[in-house]
Design a protein around this ligand. Structure first.
Ligand SMILES: Cc1cc2nc3c(=O)[nH]c(=O)nc-3n(C[C@H](O)[C@H](O)[C@H](O)COP(=O)(O)O)c2cc1C
Length: 335
């Protein structure tokens, strides 16, 4: 069975990657992920605010204050730990690099193209195999139009690409008015992969306490449909690789993402829910699915159900929606 694939130009033994999370923040759990068969790991993100904070501390000590952060800095944690994070992060990269045989992908989370992007160079020097850029940006400012938001993504990518020779992946949100065009712009601007999609933190309201609930829910397989749609649409149209990144619980979702056209499939929630050994169950489940159908290589399934290869492109479009409503058992007769 040939499960080998290529992602960001890196040869991988199979397409399953542990995405960025607290599980990839410690050497112990990184080793457990590798032992359980992960083909690569993405480290947790280091945030632009942490890099800026460290730089500001250095400036403060030399009596020149700066606050270059784009959001209200009072909401961010402060103190020695926050300031030291950029150094600790580089150490994590080099220790992970020494301890693991599989590729170690670092993750930078930022939304501006200011000086912090130089830190990418230090990530490269620390030994990362590649870099994932997470542009977690919530455009709450109504004066900011869609074009400016898109340009921000392109600018951050270009600034980081200028700083490194490493392959760079962009972890994107689905909230663009034209996701396919955004993907193409980033692909043309040098993105070596797109990771679809970032899962935004969104607060809830606790009715008992009348406070905001600031927490992260783990994902469910129902969430694969949005990334599945856009991977199907984009497969075969980009120079770079495509990574699927949400809602994997078992091998079924892995197979669906590959059929849609993903080069690799990432998982976090399932690993947090079941532990790092769950990676083995995913790889075994994928192998069994292929064996049961006498499929010898992963390349024989990849993209087989993509929009371009299906032969019925409208299946992904508006016309299909109307047809589903028309056939709805009750109440579709008005169409
Ligand atoms: C507790 C937790 C921490 C996370 N930390 C990061 C992070 O630092 N950087 C990042 O890009 N994504 C982070 N993510 C997002 C995951 O990498 C992943 O994209 C997301 O959970 C969707 O994948 P899943 O459906 O398999 O969970 C985090 C997710 C969770 C649940």
């Amino acid at each position: 069975m040939d499960l080998a694939t290529t992602y960001l130009g890196l040869p991988l033994k199979h397409p399953l990657i542990a995405s960025s999370s607290p599980l990839t923040a410690e050497l112990d759990s990184l080793r457990r992920l590798e032992d359980a068969g992960a083909a690569a790991v993405v480290l947790p993100s280091i945030f632009e605010e942490q890099i800026d904070y460290e730089a500001a501390e250095v400036e403060r000590l030399t009596n020149v204050g700066i606050d270059s952060s784009s959001e209200a800095t009072s909401y961010f944690p402060t103190g020695a730990g926050f300031a030291a994070a950029p150094h600790r992060y580089l150490r994590l990269i080099s220790r992970a690099r020494d301890a693991l045989e599989i590729p170690v992908i670092a993750s930078l989370n930022g939304t501006t193209n200011h000086g912090w992007t130089d830190y990418a160079r230090q990530i490269q020097q620390a030994g990362a195999s590649a870099l994932e850029l997470n542009t977690f940006f919530v455009p709450v400012d109504a004066a900011l139009d869609g074009g400016a938001v898109e340009q921000r993504h392109v600018d951050v990518l270009r600034a980081v690409k200028r700083a490194v020779t490493l392959p760079v992946a962009m972890k994107l949100s689905p909230y663009f008015s034209a996701p396919a065009d955004m993907a193409r712009q980033l692909d043309r601007s040098g993105a070596d992969a797109l990771v679809l999609f970032n899962r935004f933190y969104q607060p809830d309201i606790d009715l008992a306490t009348m406070q905001l609930r600031r927490d992260l829910d783990l994902s469910t397989p129902a969430e694969i449909r949005l990334p599945l749609l856009w991977i199907s649409v984009l497969a075969g149209h980009l120079r770079g690789s495509l990574a699927a990144a949400t809602g994997v619980e078992n091998a079924e979702q892995v197979v669906k993402y590959l059929l849609a056209g993903a080069d690799v499939v990432m998982t976090t929630s399932a690993l947090l829910r079941h532990g790092p050994d769950h990676m083995r169950a995913l790889v075994n489940g994928l192998t069994e699915w292929l064996e049961a159908r006498n499929i010898a290589a992963i390349g024989d399934v990849r993209g087989r159900m993509s929009r371009g290869r299906l032969g019925e492109p409208v299946a992904f479009e508006r016309a299909n929606y109307i047809s589903i409503l028309h056939g709805w058992p009750t109440g579709g007769g008005w169409l």
